[in-house]
Structures are given as C-alpha cells and as structure tokens.
Write a protein that binds this ligand. Sequence first.
Ligand code: SAH
Ligand code: SF4
Ligand code: F3S
Length: 450
Amino acid sequence: MTRELEGLTFCITTFGCQMNKHDSERIVGLLESLGCIPVEGPEDADIVIFMTCCVRESADTRLFGHVMSLKNAPSRNDAKAERRIIAIGGCIGQRDGEKLIEDMPHVSVVFGTNTIPLLPQLLAEALHGEQAVAVQEESSTSATGLPAHREQRWAAWLPITVGCDNFCTYCIVPHVRGREKSRPLDDVAEEARRLVAEGVREITLLGQNVNSYGRDLYGEPRFASMLDAIAGTGVTRLRFATSHPKDLIPQVIERFATLPSLMPALHLPVQSGSDRILAAMNRKYARDHYLSLIDELRRARPDIALSTDVIVGFPGETEEDFQDTLSLIDEVGYHQVFTFIYSKREGTPAAAYPDEVPHGVAQDRFARLLSVIEKRAWEANQADAGATVDVLFEGASKKDPSMASGRTPKNQTVHVPVSSSEEAHALAGSIRPIRILEAKTWYLKGEAAR
Ligand code: SAH
Ligand code: SF4
Ligand code: F3S
C-alpha cells in the first residue's frame, strides 16, 4: 500500500525539543526509504508535516496559524495544492488527536508520539481521500528502531529513553509522551557503534531525564554504565540531555572526571531557587542540594560549563521567592540560562493552583533575571579569552557567511573568519584548534591556532 508514496515530495516543520527534532529525522529516514523526496518549503510539497510542541501556550497558537495559512498558501501548481496532504504529528497530535481534524478540516493525517511507524500507512489512506488518525497511548512499535536521516553527518542524537515519570506540576510532557521507557543498553551501544563507524564524531544521548535511565528495565538506574558503554565506542565527543537534579548521582558526576570524551558541559534545569516553589513544582530537591551538586560537578571537572532552565511566575511565586531564584543564578554563574514565563497547561496540577502571578509582574521578573543571566554568561565566557580550544565545525555561520561556526567542548559557539562560504562548508565536521580572540556574552570569536 505504501508503495503509492514513491516519488511524492514532502517537507517537515519541527517545533519543540530535541526529542521532536530527532523524531523528525526518523520520519525523513522512513519516508526516504519509501522513495519520497524531501523539499525545502510547502509550496513544492505533496505532503506537509508539522511536528508540534505544546509545552507552552505560545507553541499551540503558532501551529494553528501555520496550518491555517497553508490552506490558502500559493503553490506552483494548483492541482498539486488541491491534493496536498497536511499531517500533524508530535505532542499536539498526541494530545488533541481527532479534534485537530474537527477544528481544521483541511488536515488529513494526525499521528502521535508513539505512532511514527504508522505514518506511511496513514499517508496512503489520505491519498485515497480518507482522514486518518492514530494516536495510541502505548507504543507497540517504536520509532527508535527506524533509520534516521541526520541533519549533520558528523553529529547524532541518540534517544535512550522516551517519556517521563516525573510529573512536575506545571509540565505537559508526561501527559503527551507517556511513561518513561528505556531502550536496552546493548541496543543503544550497537547503534552508537554503527554511528561512529559511519563517521559520527559527536553523540548526544537524549531523554527527558537521562539520569533515571534503566530504572524500568533493570530495577535501578544504569546511566553511568550507559556513559561507559558509549564512551567505549571511541566517539570523540559525548554529551547528554536532560538531567533531573534529583537523580544526578555521584557515579555520573564522577564520569566527568574519568571519561575524556564526556564533554565538560551540563544542562541541569533548576526551575526555581526557592524551596517553597520547588516543592509546589514537585521537583523533589531543595536549593541546597542543587547547589551541592554544582560543587561536586566543579570538583570533578573544574572547567565544566553549566546551563539551566528557569520558570518565572509559577503560581504563588512571591517577590521573595523570585529573589531566591535571582541569587541562585548569580551564585552558580551559568554559561546559558533558558528562561520561560510560566504557561498554564490544561490537565496539569498547577493549572488549578491559586495565586496566579499577573503577566506584567512575570514579565518584569523575566527582564530582571535576564540582566543577571547576561552579566554572568559574559563573565563565564571570559575564562576562554586567549585560550586555544578544539572546535568542531558545523559550516558557515547563519548570520554571516564569511564566518565558519563551530562548538567548543563547553558547547560555546565560536565564529572564525574564512575566505569563502565554500571554505566554511569544507571545514564542517572537522575539529581544529582555535585561538579565542574575543569572548562575547553568547559566542566567541577566534582564529586558527598556529
Ligand atoms: N525534560 C526536560 C525538558 C522539559 S521541557 C527537563 O525536565 O528539563 C523544557 C523546559 O520547559 C522545562 O525545563 C521548563 O523550564 C519549561 N517548561 C515546561 N513546562 C512549562 C510551563 N508550563 N510553563 C513554562 N515553562 C515550562
Ligand atoms: Fe516535564 Fe519534569 Fe518530566 Fe522534565 S522532568 S519532562 S519538566 S515532568
Ligand atoms: Fe514540546 Fe513535546 Fe518536547 S511538548 S518540549 S516537543 S516533548
């Protein structure tokens, strides 16, 4: 049935986190294996796929706008526009299912986070003029077994768990991604070995909370063993995201000291610096514990670059609570902080909490937080001014094609002048020593070290 898809063109627009981006890579791999042809924009596409995110309200409204505008979008070929299949997947697909088709009748396929392998069949049904929806809660088949078409040939994301068991009170993710499920260690290691043999130099292990990896399979977390196994493949750079502080154990911290390929960078979401708010968020750790983890990490790897997520304006957050967040951010000195204004998500416990913080107050806190974040991020980057660091190049800079861009071990972006964009492309995937000439707040500037 799915042979009918051969020769059709498709494009995917992806919102949300790396998990969604990786799911999109698997979809590209799957559709290409059936003879479909990827194209840049919707005007040339027979199939337009949206991989959606609903972690905050802004993402929801954006999708609606995108899909509605496509209804009247120009096409190079009117007959093609008539036949165009619009498919919605990802987390909104999972959450809303059938309702999406009721609200937007020109959508013909809805799939969820567990039903990616069914996509070819759903698309084939749509070709026959049917509307097809598949959003089972539990997956019998997993997308992790599908071949992925990687965005960059030298870097790969590797999911080790799907779903989340934590139920932070503000968060929709466990409701749309389901319970945490780990992939067997040997399967992941096998895939990593294959990737390394294909020339992949950087692997990022993915999960909503990688630290609890293996608890469902082995009765206890096995993340430290996972790190050992992946490092054992000989990959040059190893990273992982995301870590829940409550499950970050000494054995994992120790790996930052003992595994040379484990890069000195860690994203450790704190969400708030106030114990009262952390408890209301069901985060299951206190400020002091979080700060003690930071101390241990810096003891294991003194140059480790830290990043975090913060939510401002959680229900009941007082000025005093917010001051606790400000002081924590100042104390840690992060390289990067992702800041979000609390967004109420229907179906989560916090949606029913009293004492909502007025939007103006949250915006004001957000702005005050940003100025501390920027000051500390600028300071953190100064440590590398004048140093020579290994940069893994990614290609031409998006903003300035006369620059090649890449990443340091600490995951900072580095721009290096090149003579042409061809030179920048030729550098992509290689690791070169670069002398850092200037350290800005969000990036570094350098030149080839002699
Ligand atoms: N599993 C990861 C990522 C979760 S989503 C983790 O636990 O860190 C990424 C970030 O979005 C979260 O860390 C949180 O800061 C933010 N976020 C999640 N739900 C939110 C909400 N309802 N409002 C505002 N920010 C939210
Ligand atoms: Fe959401 Fe918390 Fe799970 Fe992260 S750990 S996905 S914030 S419930
Ligand atoms: Fe968004 Fe789903 Fe990721 S809600 S943040 S795409 S898990």
